[in-house]
Design a protein around this ligand. Structure first.
Ligand code: NAD
Length: 485
């Protein structure tokens, strides 16, 4: 049985409390590893190591830190297959998808290494000609990065790439469901020669290990991705020490399809964003609003294309479209949302059950599911399902579509398919969310800020804004004297 150790102060460390987390493969139910769980002493050691490493790491020039990160990016690419296999075996997504996630994460590290070298402050003139205000950006200090299981490597890369480039040091805590691939990923930083203590990785339950980390007085910033419920607890804890916090939380993203849309492109977008990673994506499409005039045609083609998705064990069939869901709890929530909709009058247009066959028996497999006759009393149209189920509803006017799209506490992303430039302007203006995809469904882009409105979060990741989340501003007021001639 593989034993996964933690990375603390440049060394691989076993649990100080003999506590282990059992890691299983969601495609087979097999136990694949035991991950060492952090004791309070392990946590203390990790935070103190990050604190000790901060002065020298933060004093390196941006170019020097970038050199380290370019090396890290190359090591990740070299190790990508190994990391991806761990990712698939603990999370379930098909191997090709996992490889894409890992290679993309190497690109994110490289992006922040580039971006920090063009991150400038300001020199602001004052009314007296001999006085200038210099505004500089400095790293905030020790960062705690807490991440979920759906994109365990990518969401860690967004945080540690920006934090390390900015000059911060990090203690990362991945999800207990998927600790293997994130720790393998963090090992690449050590292999590339990043000094001991600059990056540490510990494992353990959020309510215990996560909360101890957040409350530690040496921590100055918390970068969190997870559910809205947990995000609120994290924010409460951060308020005690007035720590900077960024929260990337849940979503309930709508897709609006207008009469004049390119229907084939809209169908392709709907299939990808509703079901990719088994709908376990923060910006997944949960609900689709289609102009009544093209509703039937859309439904017909949406079902046809969804039926073509290949579901399989992602290690045995690396090119499958879909794997299992991550856990029984995640699958149970999808079934609960479907049953709630059926009770309130919805009908299953496709799916709604486990696929048939021996290979699906043990894992958390489920068919991608399309529901018709839905309304906004149903959980599926308002709460985050975080699974492969989507409700499709006709609309009469664009006003109605916008109102329905905004009828949720979430505000992460939304999607619109239309060829009318006036509709694009109006709808993009009025949607209450952090990102809008127009005629596409891919809104998380490395060099662009990403994050939510309303209960989907606070702060931004990626892009210049994502880097500045790890920096604080200092004003230096300079008065110059007349130099004698
Ligand atoms: P989760 O909130 O249960 O856990 C996320 C992480 O937070 C885990 O590492 C967990 O151990 C930790 N945690 C939980 N409670 C904590 C607490 N009280 N204090 C400190 N840490 C705590 O979420 P999950 O089930 O792992 O992930 C799914 C959720 O993540 C979904 O709601 C999804 O929308 C969200 N998500 C959001 C984004 C985004 O960018 N907005 C991206 C991916 C996932």
């Amino acid at each position: 049985m593989e034993k996964q150790l933690m990375l603390i102060n440049g060394k691989w460390i076993d649990s100080g409390s003999s506590d282990y987390i059992q890691v299983t493969n969601p495609a087979t139910g097999d136990l694949i590893a035991q991950a060492a769980c952090a004791s309070p002493e392990n946590i203390e050691e990790a935070v103190r190591a990050a604190e000790k490493a901060f002065p020298s790491w933060s004093k390196l020039s941006p170019a020097e830190r970038a050199d380290y990160l370019y090396k890290v990016s190359n090591v990740i690419l070299k190790e990508s297959e190994k990391i991806a296999r761990k990712l698939t075996s603990e999370q379930g997504k098909p191997l090709k998808e996992a490889e894409g996630e890992v290679r993309g994460s190497a690109g994110v590290i490289r992006y922040f290494a580039d971006e920090i070298q063009r991150t400038y402050g300001d020199i602001i003139p004052q009314k007296e000609p001999h006085i200038k205000s210099m505004v500089i950006l400095q790293p905030i200090g020790v960062v705690v990065a807490i991440t979920p299981w759906n994109y365990p490597v990518q969401l860690l890369a967004w945080k540690v790439g920006a934090a390390l480039a900015a000059g911060c040091t990090v203690v990362a805590k991945p999800s207990s469901q998927t600790p293997l691939s994130p720790l393998e990923f963090l090992g690449c930083f050590a292999e590339a020669g990043v000094p001991a203590g600059v990056i540490n990785g510990v494992v353990g339950p959020g309510g215990k290990v996560g909360e101890i980390l957040i409350s530690h007085p040496a921590v100055r910033k918390v970068a969190f991705t997870g559910s809205t419920e947990a995000g609120k607890k994290v924010m409460e804890k951060c308020s005690k020490g007035l720590k900077k916090v960024s929260l990337e939380l849940g979503g309930q993203s709508p897709l609006i399809i207008c009469e004049d849309a390119n229907l084939e492109k809209a169908v392709k977008g709907a299939v990808r964003r509703s079901f990719r990673n088994m709908g376990q994506v923060c910006n997944a499409v949960n609900r689709i609003y289609v102009d009544r005039k093209v509703y039937d045609k859309f439904m017909e083609r949406f079902i046809e294309e969804t039926k073509k998705l290949i579901i399989d064990n992602g290690l045995e069939n690396p090119s499958a479209n879909l794997g299992p869901m991550v856990s029984k709890e995640a699958l149970d929530k999808v079934i609960e949302h479907i049953n709630d909709a059926l009770k309130k009058g919805a009908r299953i247009a496709y799916g709604g059950e486990k696929p048939e066959g021996k290979k699906y028996e043990k894992g958390f497999f489920f068919k991608p599911t399309i529901l018709g006759d839905v309304n906004h009393d149903m959980l599926i149209m308002r709460e985050e399902t975080f699974g492969p189920a989507v409700g499709v509803m006709p609309f009469e006017t664009i006003d109605e579509a916008i109102k329905l799209a905004n009828d949720t506490k979430y505000g992460l992303a939304a999607y619109l398919y239309t060829n009318n430039v006036h509709t694009i302007r109006r709808v993009c203006q009025e949607l209450e969310c952090g990102s809008v995809g127009v005629n596409n469904v891919n809104v998380s882009t490395t060099n662009v800020p990403y994050g939510g409105w309303k209960e989907s979060g606070i702060g931004r990741e990626l892009g210049r804004e994502g880097l500045k989340e790890y920096m604080q501003t200092k004003h230096i007021k300079l008065e110059f004297f007349e130099v004698e001639k």
